[in-house]
Each structure stands twice: as structure tokens, then as C-alpha cells.
Design a protein around this ligand. Structure first.
Ligand SMILES: NC(=O)C1=CN([C@@H]2O[C@H](COP(=O)(O)OP(=O)(O)OC[C@H]3O[C@@H](n4cnc5c(N)ncnc54)[C@H](OP(=O)(O)O)[C@@H]3O)[C@@H](O)[C@H]2O)C=CC1
Ligand SMILES: CC(=O)[C@@H](O)[C@H](O)COP(=O)(O)O
Ligand SMILES: [Mn+2]
Length: 403
């Protein structure tokens, strides 16, 4: 997995995002360890060009064709190859890397991540939505290609670290910790008046907007439940969720003898990313060191599926199987986008997801084309719901629109 110069050949899909920037920070601090084969992003031409120039990347792909002139201009005279559009992002995923970070946000990451999986190398997986909407197909493709999936999501990385130390028979359950988000202690009524700025203000983690809003609804933990089911081949009823407001214990594994093993650390994604980057070794990071005396208290509480209905919806979707998780994920993405555009209010995010899950029948998922078709259908259904509730939705959205 290394070049003649001893460097690991890596690609980063979504290099301009929150996980992507943390990955590039570690890569740029360790030029002797990593050679950058390809970078891919959505629309941020200036940043991806700077990243490419600093790391002498081989190839740069940008999804938004309108951003390509700026990218080409920024790379002029460097000899770095670039291309634009969805096919260019797939090309970045096909380039000859030993290790690929999959950090594109949402279902837009599914095709590029699967393309990387099909190369049969190592995939550091941040893009949880691809496992949520196509988990069984994804795992089967990874197995067929001989790809290794390294979980990057902090909770799943924590469980993976525990399992790498001790995956003996006798696992009783896995326990995903959840911060509870910025509205952990609020009533439904209080949440209803919260706007975008409030929802983006995660108490512990600095992350992109979509996952930050998912944390506020706790849909993030619902998506992570489904992600854990596929990554660790664990049935839904053996995956617990535990609210832990400090985000220091990143997750736990309980064994049949009563032992519980956990991974702890400061809430900084560079630690799980570094674990994946250096795997099967470890590498140093600038993550602030955990000072438990300063943290002073670690607290835990049961989640509340009444105030946070997304938790219940995700469990029901996982139990229903087939297209239900596809619908859950796509409806959630579309509802979060509508909330960002101030077309619906905060508590309507879960309401519209529930309505779309009820409206669309559950069917088996045969292939990726079927996943993409159901994804499109669920997004249309969200628009129909918003259309039917336009007057009410706009009034609710306007309550939180002042921020
Ligand atoms: N942020 C975090 O700490 C964590 C994130 N995750 C997961 O990691 C993934 C990324 O999250 P995060 O980094 O926060 O998200 P961001 O919104 O910060 O970044 C998203 C990235 O995806 C790129 N992108 C968007 N659409 C496309 C597209 N069609 N083709 C190619 N690239 C595209 C963006 O490009 P551009 O900006 O140039 O438009 C950007 O690089 C998500 O699935 C999230 O759930 C998991 C655990 C923690
Ligand atoms: C960093 C990370 O992995 C996020 O998924 C984080 O866990 C979000 O926090 P919540 O626990 O609030 O969803
Ligand atoms: Mn997480």
C-alpha cells in the first residue's frame, strides 16, 4: 500500500468540506507519508486548487461545471490535470490510489464512493448516507471487490478501534453515543421557534451544515444506527443509543460477561481520520489532548424519541428494510435543504420525513439504479408535502427566520 518512495497513494473525495479539510490538514503535515493521487469537490474551485497546488495532486475534479474555468485558471502553469462534472468526480474515484477518503456529503456521494469501492483498495468512509441508502449492495460490492472499509464517523471509528483490540465472540451490543445536539434539553414547543443559526450551533463538533442540522434533529444518530448495522453486521435490536452531552466517549461495546469497552478522545475529527490514514499503524495528530480533570464530569442519559422522532423513524426504517432507508435518507436530505432555504420550520423536518415514509410503499432494492429512482421519488414527495402545507410551513419557517 505504499509507493517506491514509501508513501501511501491517497485520493480525497470531498476534500473541500469539513472532513475533507481535516484530512488535508493531516496529509499536508505529513508530506513524507502521503502522495495525493486525486482530489474531488463540489464547487469550491479556489480551495481545491490551493489544496492541489500545496500537495502536488495528480488530478482534480470539480462537480460543478460552472466552477471549472476558475479551477483551470488557478491551476494554469502547474501541470495539474483537472476536469469538471459528475463523470470527472467518478474519474477521481477510479484513479490508482491505495486509500480513498469518501467525504462527499449526502447521496451525491453514493456513485463516487461505490466507484472507489470497486477498485478493491482501502476506503475511509465518512459518507454515511451511502451506507444508509444502499448498505446491503455496498457491503456486497466491497466484498466482491476485496475492498477494505475503514469507518471514519467518530462513533463507528470508536467501535472499530475497540473491535480491532478485542473482537472476540461474546459481543452483546454496541452503544452509539449522541451529544443530543444544540436542542438536547428543549421542549418541542421551544424547538419549533428555532432557526438555522440555532440548528447549526453544535455544542461540541465543528462540521458541515447538513450533518450539523441532522445532529440537531438527532437524525444523525438515526443514520448512524443504520450505518452501524451495515458496518458491523449487527441487528437493530443490539444497537443502543445513549445521550452523552460532552462527546468524549465516542461509543462503547458491551460483552456478555458484563464488560464494556470504549474509545475516548477530544471531539476532533482528525483523530478518527488519522486512525484511518495510518491504519494499521497510528500517526501523531494535533488534536487537543483529552484532559479528563478539566472535563470533570461525563454524563449519560436515555434518548427521548418523542422530542426527537427521527430516532424512531430511523429504527422503523431499518426494521422495514428494502427501500425504507432510501426514503428516510432522501426525504431527510430534501427536508434539511428546505429548512436551510427557510421553506419549512425545524420540527417539520422529521414531520415531512415521516409523511413521505408513510406515503411510499416499501419494496425490495435490486440494484443501485433502483436506489437512485426511489431517492428521486422521495425528494419529489417532499416537494408535494411542502406544496400541500405551504401556508403553514411558511409561517413556521418564518418564526425562526430572524437569525
Ligand atoms: N463533518 C464531520 O465532522 C463529519 C462528517 N461525516 C460525514 O461526512 C460527510 C461529509 O460531511 P462534511 O465534511 O461535514 O460536509 P461538508 O458540507 O462540509 O462538505 C461536503 C463536501 O462534499 C462536496 N460535494 C458536495 N456535493 C458534491 C458532488 N456532487 N460531487 C462532489 N463533491 C461534492 C463539497 O464540495 P464543495 O464544498 O466544494 O461544494 C465538500 O467537499 C457526510 O456524509 C457526513 O455525514 C461523518 C462524521 C463527522
Ligand atoms: C463527529 C461525528 O461523528 C458526528 O457524527 C457527531 O457525532 C455528531 O454529533 P451528534 O452526536 O450530536 O450527532
Ligand atoms: Mn458521528
Amino acid at each position: 500500500m505504499v509507493t517506491a518512495t514509501g508513501r501511501r497513494r491517497i485520493s480525497v473525495l470531498g476534500s473541500t468540506g469539513s472532513v475533507g479539510r481535516s484530512t488535508m490538514d493531516l496529509v499536508e503535515r505529513n508530506p513524507e507519508r502521503f502522495e495525493v493521487v486525486a482530489l474531488a469537490g463540489g464547487a469550491n474551485a479556489d480551495l481545491i486548487a490551493e489544496q492541489a497546488k500545496r500537495t502536488r495532486a495528480g488530478f482534480v475534479a470539480i462537480a460543478d461545471g460552472a466552477a471549472w474555468p476558475a479551477l483551470k485558471a488557478a491551476l494554469a502553469g502547474t501541470g495539474i490535470e483537472s476536469a469538471a462534472g459528475a463523470e470527472a468526480v467518478l474519474e477521481a474515484a477510479r484513479r490508482d490510489a491505495d486509500w480513498t477518503m469518501a467525504a462527499i456529503v449526502g447521496a451525491a456521494g453514493l456513485a463516487p464512493t461505490l466507484t472507489a469501492v470497486r477498485q478493491g483498495r482501502v476506503i475511509a468512509l465518512a459518507n454515511k448516507e451511502s451506507l444508509v441508502c444502499a448498505g446491503d449492495l455496498f457491503v456486497a460490492e466491497a466484498r466482491a471487490a476485496g475492498a477494505t472499509i475503514l469507518p471514519v464517523d467518530s462513533e463507528h471509528n470508536a467501535i472499530f478501534q475497540v473491535f480491532e483490540s478485542d473482537r472476540r465472540p461474546g459481543i452483546e451490543k454496541i452503544i452509539l453515543t449522541a451529544s443530543g445536539g444544540p436542542f438536547r434539553t428543549l421542549s418541542r414547543e421551544a424547538m419549533a421557534s428555532k432557526g438555522l443559526k440555532d440548528a447549526l450551533a453544535h455544542p461540541n463538533w465543528s462540521m458541515g451544515p447538513k450533518i450539523s442540522i441532522d445532529s440537531a434533529t438527532m437524525m444523525n444518530k438515526g443514520l448512524e444506527l443504520i450505518e452501524a448495522h451495515h458496518l458491523f453486521d449487527m441487528p437493530e435490536d443490539r444497537i443502543d443509543i445513549l445521550v452523552h452531552p460532552q462527546s468524549v466517549v465516542h461509543s462503547l461495546v458491551a460483552y456478555v460477561d458484563g464488560s464494556v469497552l470504549a474509545q475516548l478522545g477530544s471531539p476532533d475529527m482528525r483523530t478518527p481520520i488519522a486512525y484511518a490514514l495510518a491504519w494499521p499503524e497510528r500517526m501523531p495528530t494535533p488534536t487537543p489532548r483529552l484532559d479528563l480533570a478539566a472535563v470533570a464530569q461525563l454524563s449519560f442519559e436515555a434518548p427521548d424519541p418523542v422530542r426527537f422522532p427521527a430516532l424512531r423513524l430511523a429504527r422503523e426504517a431499518l426494521r422495514a428494510g428494502g427501500t425504507a432507508p432510501v426514503v428516510l435518507n432522501a426525504a431527510n436530505e430534501a427536508a434539511v435543504a428546505a429548512f436551510v432555504e427557510r421553506r419549512i420550520g425545524f420540527i417539520e423536518i422529521a414531520a415531512v420525513v415521516e409523511a413521505v415514509l408513510e406515503a411510499l410503499p416499501v419494496a425490495p432494492v435490486a440494484d443501485i439504479e433502483a436506489v437512485l429512482a426511489v431517492d428521486r421519488r422521495a425528494r419529489e414527495e417532499v416537494e408535494h408535502w411542502i406544496g400541500r402545507h405551504r401556508g403553514h410551513a411558511a409561517r413556521v419557517a418564518s418564526v425562526g427566520a430572524a437569525d
